[in-house]
Every structure is written in structure tokens, then in C-alpha cells.
Design a protein around this ligand. Structure first.
Ligand code: PAF
Length: 284
């Protein structure tokens, strides 16, 4: 694995791969890698000739007072994990390399960003879309890999790629979980012991929502109320939202049908945790 810090070096390597007829797979990350990231890198390794992993804590997607400075970092361990997963190129730029001057151009994706994480973090998705657009422009991937754990982010990146005709397939990989159901996330490191024990309540709430749908419930409000009740029963958890929506654009139908996504966010102590689950409702 080669570790590079400049845009020019990434371009040189990806240009060479494409010239030789190879495909480039991109795995954008903010580092502090866990098994979820490893599964993205392994998927890219299976499907692409040159695998580029980017490790950049992107200041643009953090709001004022959020955890940009405190965001966990461990570059040495990240290098070991990405090398073991078969990454060819690790791009680890400094903030000055990505943003040499205050950025005047940003990518804003409407609609799908209006609710949920977009409502709690109003500048977040423009920061994500902008850096992902830049990384696509830098690496020129034909496939880019994202975790389903951040489902709204997947929807935002897909919509951006579609609207801007970007020649890249946005691949979403399944969420990896701890044995008790907690979704793997770099931010789980913020959980104290009692909060860690309470945190699987998000997954339990999603399963309760899915069970209700499996039993025939088709009203989003009823499914949302069931998920909320599970979280409310956990004293350490403070629900932000529980939603049953269309999987692609996150709008709320009158009647659940087809590809549905259950979304949940809650504070468990200071950390705010997210999770989601896909449910397919077969139409008769
Ligand atoms: O999911 C993340 O870690 C980040 O939002 C991403 C996609 C790497 C953009 O900074």
C-alpha cells in the first residue's frame, strides 16, 4: 500500500491505472477505521483493480460546537487495517491540501437533506456532498463505497451523482454490528460503560418496527410510535427521531409499500447515535 498526501499523487496513480484499462474503487472515510470500514475496503478489493481509501476528517461537515477537533484519530492503526484489507493507495491529505483557501463552491443536495440529520445538522450534508464530489474529481472512481449505517448520506451521495451525471456507481454496504446489535461506528468510543450497555436499544427499536410491519402494519405513524416506545423505555436514551420512510428519497408515504427504511437517532448520554434498517414489503 502506498500512502500519499497530495492530490497530484493520487491523480498520477489513478490515471495510470485507468490508462492500463483498470477500474478505480474509492472508499472515502474519516479514519478511526473499524470492521465496517474494512468491509467496504474488502468489497472494493473484490470488485475493482485499484483501491483508493481516503482518510480525511472533513471540517466542512462539522457544525460549530461539533466534535471536529475531538474526532477520534489513529493513523497508524488505520494504515495497518487498510493495508490488510488490500488497499492499494491511502490518501491522507492535510486540511490545507483539500482546502488551500476558504471554499467558495459547495454542493447542496435538496429534498433528501431536509429532514432527520439535515434538520439537526443544517450544514452537514453540504459538507459531505462537497468533499465527496471533490474526492470523486480527484480519484475518478467507477465505484465508490459507503456504509448503509449512514443511510441518509447514501441517499444524498446517490442523488448528487444522479443529478450531476457523475460516472460513478455508489455502492452501499451492509451495517456491521456488535454481537448485541449496536451498529459499528467510530463515535461508539464516546460511550461510557452504562451508555454502551443501553446503546443497543436503537437496534431493538428498529427490530420492533420491522416486526410490526411483518405483522401487517402499513401505517408509518404506528411503526414510528412502536420504535419510539422501545427507546422511551430506556432511561439513558433520549429519542431524536424514529421514522418509517421510502428508502430512496426518505419521504413518508401514507401507506408503507415497497422498499422502506426505518431510521432512528437518539442521544445515549452525550453521544448521538444513528441506526437504520431496510424492510421490503412485497406488493401482492
Ligand atoms: O461517512 C463518512 O465517514 C464521511 O461522511 C465521508 C463520506 C468520508 C465524507 O467525509
Amino acid at each position: 500500500m502506498q500512502t500519499v498526501t497530495t492530490i497530484a499523487e493520487v491523480r498520477r496513480l489513478t490515471d495510470a491505472a485507468r490508462r492500463d484499462g483498470g477500474t478505480v474503487g474509492l472508499v472515502p472515510t474519516m479514519g478511526y477505521l473499524h470492521e465496517g470500514h474494512v468491509s467496504l475496503m474488502e468489497a472494493a478489493r473484490r470488485e475493482c483493480d485499484l483501491v483508493v481509501m481516503t482518510n480525511f476528517v472533513n471540517p466542512l461537515q462539522f457544525g460549530v460546537g461539533e466534535d471536529f477537533e475531538a474526532y477520534p484519530r489513529d493513523l497508524e492503526r488505520d494504515a495497518e487495517l487498510s493495508e490488510a484489507a488490500g488497499v492499494d493507495v491511502a490518501f491522507v491529505p492535510a486540511v490545507e491540501e483539500m482546502y488551500p483557501e476558504p471554499i467558495a463552491t459547495t454542493v447542496t443536495v435538496g429534498g433528501v437533506t431536509d429532514r432527520f440529520e439535515g434538520a439537526s445538522r443544517p450544514t452537514h450534508f453540504a459538507g459531505v456532498a462537497t468533499v465527496v464530489a471533490k474526492l470523486f474529481a480527484i480519484a475518478g472512481p467507477s465505484r465508490a463505497y459507503f456504509g448503509e449505517k449512514d443511510w441518509q448520506q447514501v441517499c444524498v451521495v446517490r442523488r448528487m451523482a444522479r443529478d450531476l451525471s457523475l460516472p460513478v456507481a455508489v455502492v452501499a454496504c451492509p451495517t456491521l454490528r456488535e454481537p448485541d446489535g449496536l451498529a459499528r461506528s467510530s463515535r461508539n468510543v464516546y460511550l461510557g460503560p452504562a451508555e454502551r450497555a443501553a446503546a443497543p436499544v436503537l437496534h431493538r427499536a428498529l427490530l420492533a418496527g420491522r416486526d410490526l410491519i411483518d405483522d401487517g402494519e402499513r401505517a408509518p405513524a404506528a411503526v414510528e410510535a412502536r420504535m419510539a416506545a422501545v427507546v422511551d423505555a430506556e432511561p439513558l436514551a433520549d429519542l431524536d427521531y424514529a421514522a418509517a420512510v421510502r428508502a430512496d428519497d426518505l419521504t413518508r408515504p401514507d401507506v408503507l409499500a415497497g422498499e422502506v427504511r426505518l431510521l432512528i437517532a437518539a442521544r445515549v448520554g452525550p453521544p448521538r447515535l444513528l441506526d437504520n434498517l431496510g424492510v421490503t414489503i412485497a406488493t401482492a
